[in-house]
Design a protein around this ligand. Sequence first.
Ligand code: G3P
Length: 225
Amino acid sequence: LLNRPLIINFKNYGEASSAEKTLELARAAQEVARKLEVEVVLAPPQPSLALVCKNVDIPVISQHVDDAQEGSTTGFFVPEIAKSYGASGSLINHSEHRIEIGVIASLAKKLRALKMTSIVCARTPDEVTRISEMEPDFIAIEPPELIGSGRAVSKENPAIITDSIKAAGGKSKVICGAGITDRDDVAKAVELGSYGILVASGIIKAKSWPDKIAELAQGMKKISS
Ligand code: G3P
């Protein structure tokens, strides 16, 4: 299982979606992970998953998987195939890629059987309660209005983190994301009990990827050590 992960979701941001840029960001993250001994996890754009897995040794996860089988499933993103290319897990039900509750349950089960890490996103503590019944490895609480806003969930809505931890009842580890942009945002989240962080624009849009990843990783480290 991932240990206090700092998950970088590249989304499909143009700044990090060419092969060259994706690898530049992936390698910068790997460098920081090694130097600071922090569990940095990559969720690169879907088309580059295999490329990234091949070029770095830190964990790489899929941004989404479909509940589809190998075989005649044109265009679907099949977990078994993602795993065969080196993906060690997947985000599920990201706020920008929502799926039905029954599909979430099926995917959580499938990923468990495949020994892949499942990180299911939720928008509210009530959703956390429902999702925790499926016992995914992680539940990521992300209030949609703060995603990409530069206003951190840990500062704008600390209660949603603590309420989500309660709602999960210890069945899944709770991480959080939305608007995380500096070290304090990370430190505050971890102080509130968040087991890890999910971040996108705060890193992708930063002037220096290595500096920003190192800054956020230090926020994780300070608390977890
Ligand atoms: O998956 C993480 C994401 O939804 C949070 O986005 O840009 O607010 O860090 P951002």
